[in-house]
Each structure stands twice: as structure tokens, then as C-alpha cells.
Design a binder for this molecule. Sequence first.
Ligand SMILES: O=C(CO)COP(=O)(O)O
Length: 256
Amino acid sequence: MTPEVRPLVAGNWKMNGTRASLDQIKAMAEGVSKPLSEKVDSLICPPATLLYVATALCTDSPLEIGAQDCHQNASGAHTGDLSAEMIADCFGTYVIVGHSERRTDHAETDHLVRAKAEAAFAADLTAIVCIGETADERKSGQTLDILKRQLAGSVPDGATAENTVIAYEPVWAIGTGLTPTTADVAEAHAFMRDELVKRFGDEGKRMRILYGGSVKPGNAKELMAVANVDGALIGGASLKASDFLAIYGVYEELTA
Ligand SMILES: O=C(CO)COP(=O)(O)O
């Protein structure tokens, strides 16, 4: 955690979920209640097909709804794409950009990710900018260099603590059940904090840095307690309301 920074527990459903899964969102919307919701933010990013109806389920809940990607342009001839403005029009408030699966599946570069984050700002969305090293990069000792390069390349100059969240997701930890040691997480997050403060000053001190990659109810407390870890970006364990709420619930103790 970071003093004075409000944690965010976020779920990324990836290419999972049909209308039948809306019951899970309903249960999450009911589960993220006061008093904890006054101290901790919560977010689910379902597939785009469920975005609008999901926000309608959350009108009386602090649970926010976001999208998993957006196009860098505001509108136009881009078949199959979704603009930040369309997400905002569906009452989405966040958008994930630069997830490693998009960097791999769609060859997204830091430059493109930065443009997508800028499109998110223009539509008043908060961008969750994902960065993280691969297994090979870690083995060859390049982790911090990769994080430095991705932060510099993917985060726009206009980033503030309000419009930007950083998500550190080691690629080798995603969907594998593997996680870095808490010492490794602490080192990476302290490094990112320093980089953000060097570039953005006080905004960098308050910018949230999430950890993602095999976060589960069983390891969440340990990971979320690490200095400069300001929440989680959860894949698999965000599909079930009970798991998501169990992870959110670790902040009962951490914020007590
Ligand atoms: O990629 C992730 C979230 O964006 C993490 O996925 P898992 O929690 O399934 O490892």
C-alpha cells in the first residue's frame, strides 16, 4: 500500500462471460458495500458485449465498470474497434490499455498504447496502463529496464493520479499460478514509484500501481500489503463474485 493512496481492486474478464455471467456482476455490485467501499475502489472490465448492461446493474453500487481496450482514434472507419467515447457513452469509467495479451495478439507497441491512453483521457476515462516483463527478460536480468522503457513509452505526458493507473503484470505470472516473491514485487513497485515521481512529481506519488498475475484469495493479502502496491488487476479469480469479493475483502484488515 501507499499512504494516502486509495486502493483499487479491478477485475479483467478478458474474452470470458456471456449474459449468464451478469449474475456475478450483480453479486459483486451488492458485495462491495460500505464501510469498505469508502476506502477502496472496485472495478470490473467485462467483454464489450456486456458493458452497457453491466453499468445498468451498478447504478446504485460503488462498483465501477470499464472496458479492456479502446482504439486510439475517437471515431471513424475502424471495423471491429471500440472508441473511448463509446465506452464513456455506456457509462464505463475505466479502460485497460496495453495488456500483454494485446501487445502479443495484436502487436501493440508502447507508442500505440500511449495513444490509446491519450484517447481515454480525451473521453474522461481513467486508463489502466499495463506493463511487465516476460520470463526471458526476467531470467536475463532485464526486468527493471523493461519497466522503465514501458513506463516511458506507454504513459502519456498528460498522466495524472486521477486519469492513470499503472498495472504491473509480469507476463510469466499471468494465468500460470506463479507469482513473484513479495521481495521482487516490492523492488519492482518501488522502482516504478521512483520513475513516476521523477517524471510526474506529486502526481507520481499518488498514482496507483496495481499488481496483476495469478492474484487469488489465498495470496491477495500478502501481495496487497507490499509497499507501493495499490491494488490488484485480477484475471481468472475475478470471474466469480465470491473470489473477487474475497480479494476485495483483504482490505478490511489492511485498512483497519
Ligand atoms: O492478466 C491478468 C489481469 O489483467 C491476470 O490474469 P490472472 O489473474 O488470470 O493471472
